[in-house]
Ligand binder design. Sequence first.
Ligand SMILES: [Zn+2]
Length: 55
Amino acid sequence: MPITDVAKKQLAQRRRLFAKVCMRCGGNNPIQATRCRKCRSEDLRLKNRALGAKK
Ligand SMILES: [Zn+2]
């Protein structure tokens, strides 16, 4: 079932992309996180891909 509501789709994409990924364990963290919630590592990278890069 495709998402027809554009606003909802944009929100979902933002929720999915605006996150931080741990360099050590690969866990997802909130954008405001300073350290990983799984392994407490501070090696976090921003998961911030361009919209529409992947279908
Ligand atoms: Zn981690």
